[in-house]
Ligand binder design. Structure first.
Ligand code: AQP
Length: 334
């Protein structure tokens, strides 16, 4: 049995992108043999400004949404990162193992910081060290990620290798990325070249998992397209990022291939296609929002699930991180 670790930032409401790219794969993974640990990575969220009250609310809301999507506390460990101190303790050790040059090469930092590198938080710069700690604190070896996260996983392996080498041990295992299908990458409804993001300033750019049927229908109706009808072949979607995105979403939500979708809609305008896309999305997404509202209506029950998850996570991570601390020469705590 291997151990799987993955995380999601409570930086807003989970989107259709988070669902198709991550959450529904997590739900499938928890049906298998491996032990699954899913973490609301609130410490990562702090790397960019968060309103304190909103962060608390979003963390509970994200927990409710994951449960509503089918993450089952009896099958998986679900908790918030800050509740288990092992993450931050190991991250500090990794800050002292990773090299500046390694972090400077991280393309996600360059993308997120842009021209503003002198002004962003130091947390944003060392974010990949915390991500490495999240995984290695559990000796997790399988990590489902989108291809944009592969560089971070390589860094996590480099950190583990250097730690093992520096201290003459074989303590941290190699991580194997579980790369998700290309079709699962969902782009913004306003700009097909930009990823759909929960923190995008435009609510029209995304489907939130809490959106009602009316809102979903309206967002799909208004989604950017181009004037040409839908083509017959997938390669004819080249250079048509918005059309490609909507076909990809329809395929992912109905379990068809983009090729099958186009066979059905070839020659059709976007009007009829969008109507069916909205219908399929509403059937899938609206019940998730409803179930999440039920979980949120019982904050005591929700907090109980998170506390129980944190206790189980702590029981795994604490001895591993205590051993890492011993290996580097720190005295045990009291
Ligand atoms: N648009 C997307 N398509 C497919 N997968 C996506 N993921 C995120 N957006 C898409 C996947 O969701 C998981 C959790 O993501 P995260 O919250 O840790 O960070 P993120 O990738 O930065 O997601 P967002 O929604 O864009 O958050 P913000 O706006 O806060 O930066 C990851 O596995 C990610 O690949």
């Amino acid at each position: 049995m291997a151990r799987i670790f993955s995380g999601i930032q409570p930086t807003g409401i989970a989107t259709l992108g988070n669902y198709l790219g991550a959450i529904r794969n997590w739900v499938a993974l928890q049906q298998g043999e491996d032990e699954c640990i899913f973490c609301l990575v609130d410490l990562h969220a702090l790397t960019v400004w968060q309103e304190p009250a909103a962060l608390r609310e979003q963390t509970r809301q994200m927990a409710a949404l994951l449960l509503a999507c089918g993450i089952a506390p009896e099958r998986s460990i679900l908790f918030h990162q800050s509740a288990v101190s092992a993450h931050a303790r190991l991250a500090w050790i990794f800050n002292c193992v990773a090299r500046m040059g390694w972090l400077k090469r991280m393309t996600q930092f360059k993308d997120k910081a842009g021209k503003n590198q002198e002004e962003v938080s130091t947390g944003l710069f060392v974010y990949p060290n915390l991500m490495a700690a999240d995984i290695h604190a559990y000796h997790a070896t399988r990590v489902p990620v989108g291809d944009d996260q592969l560089q971070h996983l390589e860094l996590a392996n480099d950190i583990a290798e250097k730690f093992n080498h520096d201290f003459g041990v074989a303590f941290f295992p190699r991580i194997e990325p579980l790369v998700l299908k290309e079709s699962a990458r969902v782009m913004s409804l306003r700009d097909g070249t930009k990823k759909m993001s929960k923190s995008d300033p435009s609510d029209q750019s995304r489907i939130n998992l809490t959106d009602t049927a009316d809102v979903i229908a309206q967002k799909i109706r208004k989604a950017k397209t181009d004037p040409a009808p839908l083509p017959e072949h997938v390669h004819d979607l080249e250079g048509r990022p918005e059309a490609r995105n909507l076909v990809g979403i329809y395929a992912a939500i109905t379990g068809k291939t983009p090729h099958e979708v186009l066979r059905h809609f070839a020659g059709s305008g976007f009007g009829p296609f969008k109507a069916q896309l909205a219908e399929a999305l509403i059937a899938h997404i609206e019940p998730i929002g409803q179930r999440a509202r039920e979980y949120l209506a019982d904050p005591t029950g929700l907090d109980h699930i998170l506390r129980d998850g944190a206790r189980r996570a702590e029981a795994i991570a604490s001895p591993i991180v205590a051993e890492a601390e011993r290996l580097v020469g720190l005295l045990p705590g009291v």
